[in-house]
Design a protein around this ligand. Structure first.
Ligand SMILES: Nc1ncnc2c1ncn2[C@@H]1O[C@H](COP(=O)(O)OP(=O)(O)O)[C@@H](O)[C@H]1O
Ligand SMILES: [Mg+2]
Length: 496
């Protein structure tokens, strides 16, 4: 890039227009859950030991508060904290710092509310407060904070050594304007959103909660961690940890089959999005979960969220110095692996996925023969060229038994044979093959000697004509019958 000598070039200053700029902060793409999580990141960075999420339903006057007992801020620091872009993202941060762009507090809050107050107390100082109010900025057109705190919270920190409280009021994105408190439907919707917040937090911060770094209280009760990997279950299969370079590591898990865990554990492990959605990579930055259940666009063909791969969950840990390389966004809810480790990740994921499919298919048990005998599957998976298909195993003892039986009682023998075929059709295995390589599935009679079809058509034609049917009738019948319907030319040529 050509280096400019800035000292020789005249400049023109242009300051962002306050009201449109601050309104644009609303559309960074947070939802309520990710917004609250981002506020909590700040509490963690401030070394909080207790974090309290609370909300009160008052129709459109409802509010949410997030309180922590971290080191808090004095007035000067609070002004700096309220500044959009309060710290240069290129400056390196301490390992524990979960912030990045100096925007989270503002963008996360504005995504959900039009008025955000920060009340804070630094050890040895009086509590201080400031409020960003989008309507006021809209009116004044200036980057002016209000020296205001809602009356009912002004004394909230008086008994604490230090701490910070974030107060969201005028939450137009959560409760529509003019909603009255007695609106039951609106209230239920609000409560459901709060429940989702709690679920999201117990997942996002599960490692901190497990390590007792802090206690997270939601509506006054401590939140239990939600660990995606069920690591306390004995039937879990863990893969070995692999380095991705620069301090990033990956570790895969295949969760136990449903039959191997209690109903309660199965329901718990399902998480907020359900088993199928929760498969894939879990990307952690330091201990903080950024992304839960995503195949990151990897795989050729692309890994999809498939029923039979749902037991695969893979943990990726990245240090925060790799933010830029992993394209961590402002809201800390997306990440993309850098090209240089995509191949390694893909190969690793393929392995974990195939083991997950095995466990899913065999309910966790490997179907094995008794010692000293040979296992006899009734169905066998075959491959011809690159096409796959299933055949009935002619060597199976059952088949030879039925052949013997056919000599004395052919009706019964055929009936038993058909029954066994019906009962053992490998639906699960073929479902899995189908979703993995549908285009490679062999069609009926593909590659099979046509003589078999010819002799069957001839035999049916002969029996039918003995029963008095005309050639045309027989042709019509065969052309409407499986599998001959697929071979109209053959039928035509035989019944010329
Ligand atoms: N709960 C809190 N306790 C102490 N300081 C806070 C808290 N929340 C925010 N801050 C201060 O505000 C600053 C700006 O926060 P934010 O806009 O989220 O950006 P970032 O987290 O990227 O620094 C933080 O760097 C921190 O100094
Ligand atoms: Mg932050």
């Amino acid at each position: 890039m050509k280096v400019l000598d800035y000292s020789n070039i005249p400049v023109t200053e242009v300051v962002p227009e306050a009201s449109s700029m601050i309104e644009s902060f609303r559309s960074v793409g947070y939802n309520l859950e990710t917004a609250v999580a981002d506020i909590i990141d700040n509490s963690i960075s401030a070394n909080a030991k207790n974090i309290y999420v609370n909300s009160v339903w008052l129709g459109s006057d409802s509010y949410i508060t997030i309180l922590d007992d971290g080191f808090g801020l004095n007035r000067e620091q609070l002004i700096e904290a309220m500044r959009p872009g309060s710290k240069n993202p290129l400056e390196s941060r301490s390992d524990k710092d979960l912030g990045r762009f100096g925007l989270g507090l503002k963008t996360a809050s504005f995504s959900q509310c039009r008025r955000m107050t920060v009340l804070s107390k630094s050890d040895g100082y009086n509590p201080v407060y400031l409020t960003w109010d989008l309507d006021f900025v809209g009116q004044s057109g200036k980057w002016h904070l209000l020296n205001y705190c809602p009356e009912e919270f002004i004394n909230a920190l008086d008994n604490m050594k230090s701490g910070t409280m974030i107060i969201w009021t005028n939450m137009d994105r959560i409760v529509p304007q003019n909603t009255i408190e007695s609106d039951k439907k609106a209230h239920d919707k609000f409560m459901l959103q709060m429940e989702n917040v709690q679920k999201h937090l117990s997942m996002t911060f599960h490692r901190f909660i497990e390590d007792k770094d802090f206690v997270l209280h939601c509506w006054d009760s401590p939140v239990k961690p939600w660990n995606p990997f069920l690591i306390t279950e004995s039937a879990i299969q863990g893969f070995s940890t692999q380095s991705l370079g620069d301090g990033a590591v990956v570790k895969g898990y295949v969760l136990p089959h449903k039959d191997k865990i209690s109903e309660e554990t199965y329901r718990f492990a399902e998480g907020s999005k359900g088993w199928n959605e929760q498969q894939g990579f879990y990307v952690y930055r330091e201990k903080r979960l950024l992304l839960a259940g995503d195949w990151l666009g990897l795989g050729r063909p692309r890994f999809r969220k498939e029923e039979h791969a749902k037991l695969a969950r893979i943990q990726i840990d990245i240090p925060n110095k790799l933010d830029a390389e992993w394209q961590i966004d402002i809201k800390k809810s997306t990440a993309r692996p850098p090209q240089r480790c995509a191949d390694a990740l893909e190969a690793y994921a393929k392995l974990v996925r195939s083991r997950a499919v095995e466990v899913y298919r065999h309910r966790g048990k490997v179907v094995q023969a008794q010692p000293g005998s040979k296992f006899q599957p009734l169905w066998q998976e075959k491959k011809k060229g690159d096409k796959w298909y299933f055949i009935v195993n002619r060597e199976h003892s059952l088949v030879s038994e039925i052949k013997k039986m056919a000599i004395s009682d052919p009706d019964k023998a055929i009936d038993i044979l058909l029954k066994f075929v019906e009962e053992t059709i490998p639906t699960k295995a073929s479902f899995i093959k189908e979703s993995e390589e549908a285009e490679k599935q062999a069609q009926p009679f593909e590659g099979v000697n046509k003589d078999l079809l010819v002799s069957m058509i001839k035999a049916i034609a002969e029996t039918q004509s003995l029963e008095g049917r005309s050639k045309e009738q027989i042709k019509f019948m065969l052309l409407n019958m499986e599998p001959f319907v697929r071979f109209p030319e053959l039928v035509q040529s035989i019944l010329e």
